[in-house]
Write a protein that binds this ligand. Sequence first.
Ligand SMILES: Nc1ncnc2c1ncn2[C@@H]1O[C@H](COP(=O)(O)OP(=O)(O)O)[C@@H](O)[C@H]1O
Ligand SMILES: [Mg+2]
Length: 347
Amino acid sequence: MKEDAILKSITNEMQVGVIVLDKDALILYANPFFLDSFSLKSDIKGRSIDEILKGTGIVRAVKSFLATKGSVGTAETAAQDREILEGKRYFSLRMVPSEGGSLMLFLQDVTEEKKVEAIKKDFVANVSHELRTPLASIKGYSETLLDGGIDDKDTTLEFLRIIDKHSTRMSHLIEDLLILSRIESHQMPMVTEPLDIAELVISVAEGLKKQGDDKGIDISIDGGSDIPKVLGDKVRLEQVVVNLLDNAIKYTPAGGKVFVTVARDSAEVRVDVKDTGIGIPAMDIARIFERFYRVDKARSRELGGTGLGLAIVKHIIQGLGGRVWVDSKPAKGSVFSFTLNLAPDAT
Ligand SMILES: Nc1ncnc2c1ncn2[C@@H]1O[C@H](COP(=O)(O)OP(=O)(O)O)[C@@H](O)[C@H]1O
Ligand SMILES: [Mg+2]
């Protein structure tokens, strides 16, 4: 392959926009990625960039570059990087002066990176906020004790209980964060093995009966019959069922009921956790599986929640190739459901 042909196929195939301008800012060359990015036809050679991309951030960047450099083209003129917003897309633009006053532009779509960056920033802000609240209480109450509050036994006991409650919440939050990060970073890959999901659900639900009793909530379990084995990760699925049942108990007032059912659904097994609790307003349903999203932050905190339980559930179920969803009506109750695939030789 000749060098020219090699260069041509590189510029044709690369996922970076390339455009070359002559000293009068007329287009000498544009590669297919650039043309596609701006829905342009290929016959733009010889036309001015100002006319082709009128009003765009690229034109503004090129103009200001030319203005600051006077005439481009001197080999000493340094390259410059800019970030520009075009509609809803972010581009990183590199402008490189070249021989004879020409200017090469390299344009990379960084929209996805920007999104990930924004999610990360948001996440860090959320975590800091979630940790700051209990920490402020712990500090406040311990300072009061140190300042003489400790002389009174009843005050001391009450304050220590509050401190204990907030530190428990902090440790739950950190545990949940670690679980999420391990799942997301694939540090702890899912172990998939044929699993008796009915047995798992029954044993988890039995284990949470006391928590229900303490609150005056009756938990009934229907483990189905002849439920085939599914492909799953035992420890992770226990976490899923605990999180769903814990929510069902937490968000159901005393005297309410929780039903857990396991049933075969064609080529899947489906688990439903139904409650007669407070339900979820329609406008919140779409966001309920997001990290830290809660209908009522104050109530969730009061109940010791971290806002991460459903995010963990979603990650695990989707990681196992299943689906998870909720059906809910305020003041009537909620049904959280998930499915799992049958193990290969299950019938
Ligand atoms: N069974 C349920 N009934 C009513 N609301 C629920 C139920 N399960 C979850 N929610 C809502 O979804 C939110 C997120 O749940 P989750 O991620 O487990 O966080 P947490 O329970 O720590 O607040 C809860 O704060 C609550 O608003
Ligand atoms: Mg929860």
